[in-house]
Write a protein that binds this ligand. Structure first.
Ligand SMILES: [Zn+2]
Ligand SMILES: [Zn+2]
Length: 386
């Protein structure tokens, strides 16, 4: 089969990336992006291209040889509700929405890999190209899974990547086990009886109780969980219906919790309920706790991390491949796929000068495109060796 000129492909991927960047779409609204992806996959001659999987998701399938083993390569397509600060000719044309997390780059890289694998082959088995919607609010992977992803497009293992600002271009990192955290969000509502600020004893106001609750929630991580388990409980909002001369009868406490094991997430919720009920009783008010899990923890499979490092060795310079020192207390929807098959999530440098992710000045670095596409291809060929 003909070998694709990598320099030409890099230019082509850059064109796709700029096109996607100029037309960012919020989660589950990636209509144009999904159509763009599906059209490219068909143009590359994939065996099957399915659209509308879990809303706006796209799954491409490529088969070579007689092998039945299947691996999945995944990219995310959604943008964020951030107003872009950029003078680039390809800056966002959709006011208030921008690709501030580089998902335009991830999509372009996986399209590049699909083109390379379709044209050049070099593997025996099945490659699924998964373009998921709505990564940013942690709903897209579940939507695809609920739409029968594993039954309709089965695969044995999955790989994904994310660009990382601060890490130089051409650098590669990952690690065994915990990579990214779970994200839980909570709301605690305290209900009492508000009243005149001069007569606190005649009601059951909620502000002092809420303050005690906020203080006591700090003991979940510091006194109730093992110091060996990394976790964060952050109270981010305290809202009451009080005014300057009226004590509140209602208080709402909102926040966010991060952890790396589902047992720890369960324990945070359990301790939060104990504290909320105890404080409510002590202050003569009622407490209601609403605790939901937005993202599950992302844990890499040890064998597949070895495989990813080996594949990276054929793409990145030896000295640019490193074991990530510590897990991140940020979250990734990729983790949902790992409830079904083992997988590995890796990080690629976006350059030291890159603005942080989710920053209005952020832009994906096109010099990383070929590294990402080549890594996808290398891992597919290695896991589905001929
Ligand atoms: Zn993001
Ligand atoms: Zn992202």
């Amino acid at each position: 089969m003909a070998e694709i000129d990598r320099d030409v492909l890099k230019l082509e991927m850059t064109g796709w990336r700029h096109d996607l960047h100029a037309h960012p779409e919020f989660g589950f609204q990636e209509e144009r992006t999904a159509a763009f992806v599906a059209a490219k996959l068909r143009e590359f001659g994939l065996d099957d291209v399915a659209e509308g999987v879990g809303g706006t998701g796209v799954v491409g399938t490529l088969k070579r040889g007689s092998g039945n083993r299947a691996i999945a390569l995944r990219a995310d397509m959604d943008a964020l509700r951030i107003s872009e600060q950029s003078a680039a000719p390809y800056r966002s044309g959709n006011p208030g929405i921008m690709h501030a997390c580089g998902h335009d780059g991830h999509t372009a890289m996986l399209l590049g890999a699909a083109k390379l694998l379709a044209e050049e082959g070099g593997f025996d088995g099945i490659v699924r190209f998964i373009f998921q919607p709505a990564e940013e609010w942690g709903k897209g992977a579940l939507a695809m899974l609920d739409d029968g992803l594993m039954q309709r497009f089965p695969f044995d293992e999955i790989f994904g990547l994310h660009n990382m600002p601060g890490l130089p271009i051409g650098h590669f990192e990952t690690r065994v086990g915990s990579v990214m955290s779970a994200e839980d969000i909570f709301e605690i509502v305290l209900r009492g009886l508000g009243g005149h600020a001069a007569r606190p004893h005649s009601g059951h106001e909620t502000l002092v109780a809420a303050c005690a609750l906020v203080t006591n929630l700090q003991t979940i991580v510091s006194r109730r969980l093992s110091p060996a388990d990394i976790s964060v409980v952050s109270v981010t909002e305290l809202i009451t219906d009080g005014t300057r001369n009226a004590l509140p009868g209602l208080a709402r406490i909102l926040g966010d919790a991060r952890s790396f094991r589902s047992e720890v997430s369960a324990e945070i919720e359990c301790q939060m309920r104990i504290i909320a009920e105890g404080i409510a009783t002590a202050y003569n008010v009622a407490a209601e706790v609403n605790y939901t899990r937005e993202f599950v923890p992302l844990r890499n499979d040890a064998e597949l991390v070895d495989a990813a490092f080996a594949a990276a060795g054929t793409v990145f310079e030896r000295g640019n491949i490193a074991v990530a020192r510590e897990p991140m207390t940020a979250s990734e929807d990729f983790a949902r796929f790992l409830d079904h098959v083992p997988g590995c999530f890796v990080f690629l440098g976006n350059g030291e000068a890159s603005a942080p992710l989710h920053n209005s000045s952020y832009d994906f670095n096109d010099d990383g495109l070929l590294f990402g596409a080549n890594f996808h291809v290398a891992i597919a060929r290695q896991r589905l060796a001929t």
